[in-house]
Ligand binder design. Structure first.
Ligand code: ZN
Length: 401
């Protein structure tokens, strides 16, 4: 009898920890890219709850057999504007729109982005990002993990002391990053706008508050000023020169050139933007020229030793869900190796967001953010536009096999 009780207790001991565990999902893979440049073949990914618990040679029947596809970490876009959309009149001006309408358009963009295989995005510059971040984090609205700057800081945001206050306020409101405009728009020539003192105030205070910074800068001088001011990441960089590229590499500043999505999107949707603000004929002429400048620039950036190139698209209205086009341009125009391009959109992008221990890599302990694409993107980068399976945090959002 005693033995029986003991046995019963022992079996309870063995069962008890399992009782509270979430169901195990096993994904069979053929080719797996781990996000750090590594390639594995014929392994199973074991997912429990939201996390990867094991990657091991295959045994037992899988929950999902994805052998014919290529598995990689969910992609990360460090620069989008997730709320930007064309309104009911088809235009980007969104005149007369209610907050509820804006919210639904924003949710649609988030869905399109997730379906395109992007499981984390950093959205830089709209108050609507914040409730979206919370809604997606609650788990019932399908969309990528969102990080946001809530607003943008520019040369008119105040003197250095006021700028420090602005940064502290952003921190208190829950911003993940500070978005700074150090230069004019490419439609207005791209020259430096903020003073060195303003940049030092914003990026210095952000560092003190534990906030990352990303700086819109086209002119080489604006880029150098931002790097010297201690800012963390540079966006666009159409007019970057060799000195600025070298300086970013030396200081470990991330560079996020946006060469394959945003300008092409403006040009493709010209009639939807033309006449709004600086979207003039002259502005469009600048953008057309910038496409060629970008194609020359990206080759130099890719060839700069030690430069940390992260993936960002600057996706605006019309571009959500086409984010992977940026990776195609990196490879086709910039001669970047496909595996390096993928790393820039996975583990390196995660590192730029201080998320390198939770997303961007396929390994035990990481969030189960993974996608499967039709084809081998190391041979044909366009495979990244053929996303057929999306899992985020262990939950399957797309399974179009
Ligand atoms: Zn932007």
């Amino acid at each position: 009898m005693r033995k029986l009780i003991l046995l019963a207790m022992m079996s309870l001991l063995f069962v008890a920890p399992l009782a509270g565990q979430e169901p195990t999902v096993v994904i069979r893979t053929g080719m797996l890219l781990d996000g750090k440049g590594g390639v594995q073949r014929n392994v199973n990914i074991v997912v429990q709850g939201s996390k990867i618990v094991k990657i091991a040679p295959q045994t037992g029947p899988p929950t999902y057999d994805l052998r014919t596809l290529t598995i990689l970490p969910g992609l990360i876009d460090t620069h989008v504007h997730i709320s930007y959309h064309f309104g009911q009149d088809g235009r980007a001006s969104n005149r007369g729109e209610t907050p509820a309408q804006e919210a639904y358009y924003t949710a649609e963009n988030a869905y399109a982005t997730l379906m395109a295989g992007f499981t984390t995005v950093q959205s830089v510059g709209a108050a609507a990002d914040l409730p979206l971040r919370e809604a997606i984090a609650r788990g019932s609205l399908p969309g990528p993990r969102i990080l946001t700057s809530i607003r943008q800081v520019n040369e008119n945001s105040g003197a250095p002391e006021q700028l420090r206050e602005v940064v502290r306020k952003l921190k208190a409101e829950g911003a993940d990053v500070v978005k700074i405009f150090a230069s004019k728009s490419i439609r207005d020539g791209g020259g430096q706008t903020m003073t060195d003192e303003q940049l030092t105030a914003v990026c210095g205070e952000a560092k003190a508050q534990g906030l990352r910074t990303m700086v819109h800068a086209h002119a080489a001088e604006a880029i150098k000023a931002a790097v010297r001011a201690g800012c963390g990441q540079i966006e666009h960089g159409v007019f970057v020169d060799d000195e600025a590229l070298k300086l970013m590499a030396e200081r470990g500043v991330y560079f996020d050139p946006n060469i394959g999505v945003v300008l092409q999107n403006y040009l493709r949707n010209k009639s939807r933007f033309l006449g709004i603000g600086n979207y003039t004929e002259e502005g469009f002429a600048y953008m057309e020229k910038a496409v060629a400048l970008n194609n020359a620039m990206i080759k130099k950036a890719v060839a700069t030793p030690g430069l940390k190139l992260v993936l960002g698209t600057d996706a605006v209205a019309g571009a959500h869900g086409r984010n992977a086009d940026e990776l195609i341009a990196r490879v086709r125009e910039g001669n970047q190796k496909p595996l390096d391009a993928i790393t820039s959109a996975t583990s390196l992008a995660a590192k730029s967001l201080n998320l390198e221990n939770s997303v961007g890599t396929l390994a035990p302990g990481y969030e189960a953010d993974l996608i499967a694409v039709d084809g081998d993107p190391t041979r044909d980068i366009t495979a990244l536009t053929r996303v057929v399976f999306v899992m985020k945090g262990g939950k399957v959002y797309k399974n179009a096999r």
